[in-house]
Write a protein that binds this ligand. Sequence first.
Ligand SMILES: [Zn+2]
Length: 99
Amino acid sequence: MLPDIKRCERCYKPISWVDRADWYSHIRIKYCDECRPIVEREKTAARLKRFRERQKEAAKIRDQKLKDLELENLVLREKLKAMWGDENHDTDNNGSGNV
Ligand SMILES: [Zn+2]
């Protein structure tokens, strides 16, 4: 059950009385007029931060996968070289320069 007096969740100032406000605004209100824009700004900043962290994490995973693939590629190249012999494949300069 809702309390009759709601207080701002940030500064605890009383913001709504059940017998004064209409029911829906009494349910919905969470912050006083001073705190509401601050809280909104903080929420937006937190959302942006989470988004950037996810992006960073995804980039890290992508980099790791790329490194794994490069390593696998290198190992396969070495195996092929060992199978075919180095002399015949000197023209291949590791593929680092031109594609
Ligand atoms: Zn407040």
